[in-house]
Design a protein around this ligand. Structure first.
Ligand SMILES: Nc1ncnc2c1ncn2[C@@H]1O[C@H](COP(=O)(O)OP(=O)(O)OP(=O)(O)O)[C@@H](O)[C@H]1O
Ligand SMILES: [Mg+2]
Length: 363
């Protein structure tokens, strides 16, 4: 799958601009603060309905304007697909797939698929379990809308359960909880099962990618720590039993102490905890390998590669790792953003270079 055209209207520092991409390597090139990341963000927005950088949608509207509109046309094995988002300053956003408005945000998933990577994704290794769960959630939601809806349902039931745990009337708590727990664990079974399956596939591919980029010097191993395995029903049953055992503790804590909202992934490099021992460059390579592996899983699931958006990644890797990365992305539409292009890295490759200057494509 590849994106052919991206149109930006009053989106961040863009007034009205159209970007045309090739099916192979594209480089958004320019000095700092010109709008390279903004363009990558727009593409990711059109794939997932949310920004990889801002929590508030309305921030993307160009200062002083009331609306922004972004759209993309992508080519997939099913033909062309177009996705458009209109951001309104005083209203929620509108989403259109092939010019028909969809009313649920989740419907945006699976139309254009992308994998986004930027320096903040170092967080994947370094930061909190929440960042790693987000990685799983975004990726799995793109692959299956039903995962996304299970997650929404799970979070809703979870917050109701947490409220109930704080109810001073214990009889009410004991009477009502089993009903909530049935529903909660039913969704948890689906979520954990999907994550387990995903990580089982992802892990060996990420290890391969990492070995390739690091020239075989480093062995990456990743593990989940959910502790639940088996079918959806088996997971649901096991977690239901665990919830019963944890009830007194949960009441004391005032929140639910077990479940997929507490999951984590652990990375080790040559046997050492990557979070603690890996260098910045190594951590970046771990995160990058994970994203490249994610792209392979998309390929397996949809029979075509997603669009790979690599924001500011090159500058963070040494020449050798840069060259390795560029050869690892062949066959995929890749959109790099960078302030410097090293010709030796892209030697003999066809590159579509788009120079961005102050929110405009330089002709
Ligand atoms: N809502 C907005 N309205 C107008 N301008 C905005 C808005 N949001 C962001 N900008 C501007 O966009 C510019 C940053 O663009 P972007 O992050 O894409 O830069 P970049 O080209 O990726 O730079 P770098 O190389 O530093 O990463 C900033 O100058 C910022 O002020
Ligand atoms: Mg940038």
């Amino acid at each position: 799958m590849y994106i052919k055209k991206l149109t930006l209207n009053n989106f961040r520092n863009y007034e009205s601009e159209e970007l045309t991409f090739s099916n192979g390597i594209n480089i958004l090139f320019g000095a700092n603060a010109q709008g390279k990341t903004n363009a990558g963000e727009a593409i990711f927005f059109l794939c997932t309905g949310y920004s990889p950088r801002a929590n508030n949608d309305k921030l993307v509207i160009r200062n002083g304007e009331d609306r922004a509109e972004i759209s993309a046309v992508a080519s997939s094995s099913y033909g062309d697909v177009s996705v458009k988002i209109r951001f309104n300053k005083n209203d929620k956003k509108n989403i259109y797939i092939n010019n028909v408005e969809v009313l649920k945000v989740g419907e945006i998933f699976g139309n254009i698929n992308s994998v986004f990577f930027n320096p903040q994704e170092l967080k994947l290794v370094q930061e909190t379990p929440e960042d790693r769960r987000r990685f799983l959630n975004v990726s799995l939601s793109q692959m299956s809308k039903s995962y996304f809806y299970s997650l929404i349902r799970y979070n809703k039931i979870l917050s109701q359960r947490n409220n109930l745990l704080k109810d001073p009337n214990r009889d009410v708590v004991y009477d009502t909880l089993p009903v909530w727990d049935r529903q909660l664990t039913e969704q948890a079974g689906k979520i954990i099962r999907a994550r387990n399956e995903f990580l089982e596939k992802l892990s060996p591919i990420a290890r391969e990618k990492h070995a390739f980029i690091s020239d075989g010097k480093e062995e990456l191993v990743m593990k989940t720590e959910s502790g639940y395995y088996g079918t959806e029903e088996e997971i649901a049953y096991a977690m239901y039993e665990d919830l019963k055992l944890a009830l007194d503790k949960d009441i004391r804590l005032g929140f639910t102490s077990i479940g997929p909202h507490r999951d984590d992934i652990k990375f080790t490099l040559n046997g050492l905890d990557a979070r603690v021992f890996a260098s910045q460059g190594q951590q970046r390579t771990v995160a990058l390998s994970l994203k490249l592996a994610e792209a392979e899983i998309f390929k397996e699931r949809f029979s075509e590669y997603p669009i790979l958006i690599l924001d500011d990644v090159l500058s963070e890797l040494d020449k050798k790792r840069q060259r390795k990365l560029v050869s690892a992305v062949s066959g995929m539409q890749t959109i790099f953003t960078t302030t410097v292009i090293d010709r030796t890295v892209f030697k003999n490759l066809l590159v579509n270079k788009i120079t961005i200057e102050n929110g405009k494509v330089k002709k």
